[in-house]
Design a protein. Structure first.
Length: 296
């Protein structure tokens, strides 16, 4: 039996130890040591876009892949910085979300915990910053004329006419809505809430905005449906004052600060982690912004 020289055996052993393990054929992206498969990405698309990957354009598919990888990046960042979720909480979340996997829920809960931790670190914007935003964005605080509207919807013309007659006779709109309307808000007296021009079909809008508070519209027919509206209140157009707008502005500024911190984390993590999209393994031409590996 032929013997190899000892030094040759040592060289072969060292080379084997340093050989990069092959990437499984179903992997389409790497985030550090973590490998993301095509089936992982397809599941992500179905759960987040409600569509099959094959039905999407390359541009949309690429943007979703970037989003998916960046979410994994955040999850890996969270784990590397001590953000962990108890196994029992993950198990409970999986049981309450049919179709979700343990890894998906773990990643999602890590990100949620990370965002929550960052949000607690972001201070409330001071009053002068709130005021500066208010003064710099006057268009955001102009309110159009609004009407508080109720609706009754039925599919029978004779019933609609009967309801209209009862309304004229004084029967409460809310009572007739609960008894006859097929709209989702029927049991709530047909309450739609406040609406402004442009939010409803023009045919409804023309009729409704001609009404004064307490008045009821004529029966309006659309295809096989019949609608009756009532106006409860009318709010004139105007400007929302700073005191009223301040809580909304303050929350908006905090959310923007949190998103900026998250974007910084993603940028930092993307530079720290070795990320690669294996473009030849994707079923679409990749047009995203992540580092590419065209030779695998």
């Amino acid at each position: 039996m032929r013997r190899f020289p000892l030094f040759l055996l040592i060289l072969l052993t060292v080379a084997a130890c340093h050989r990069k393990p092959s990437t499984p054929p179903d992997v389409v992206a790497r985030v550090g040591e973590r490998m993301l498969t095509l089936s992982d990405f397809k599941r992500y698309v179905e759960r987040n876009a409600g569509s099959d990957l094959a039905q999407l354009s390359p541009e949309v598919s690429s943007a979703l892949l970037d989003q998916y990888v960046e979410e994994v990046v955040l999850s890996e960042y969270a784990a590397s910085h001590g953000v962990e979720i108890p196994a029992e909480k993950i198990a409970t979340a999986v049981r309450n979300d049919a179709g979700a996997t343990v890894v998906e829920k773990r990643d999602e809960m890590r990100r949620q915990k990370l965002i929550s931790d960052i949000a607690t670190e972001v201070a409330q914007p001071p009053d002068d910053q709130v005021k500066a935003y208010y003064e710099a964005h006057p268009g955001e605080f102009k309110s159009d004329e609004e009407l508080h509207v109720r609706q009754i919807l039925v599919h029978d013309e004779s019933l609609a006419n009967d309801i209209a007659a009862k309304l004229k006779a004084g029967t409460p709109f809310e009572e007739l809505s609960a008894a006859h309307s097929l709209a989702p808000n029927a049991k709530k007296g047909g309450d739609i809430g406040y609406v402004s021009r442009g939010e409803l079909p023009k045919r409804f809008e023309d009729e409704i905005f001609a009404l004064q508070p307490g008045h009821v519209s004529n029966v309006i027919q659309t295809d096989n449906s019949f609608h009756i509206f009532k106006v409860d209140d009318r709010r004139p157009a105007g400007t929302i004052d700073l005191q009223t707008a301040a809580p909304v502005i303050r929350e908006k500024l905090r959310e923007e600060a949190v998103r900026e911190r998250m974007a910084q984390l993603v940028a930092t993590s993307r530079s720290d982690l070795q990320i690669a999209v294996l473009t030849k393994r994707l079923p679409f031409p990749y047009a995203g912004t992540l580092p590419k590996s065209d030779n695998e």
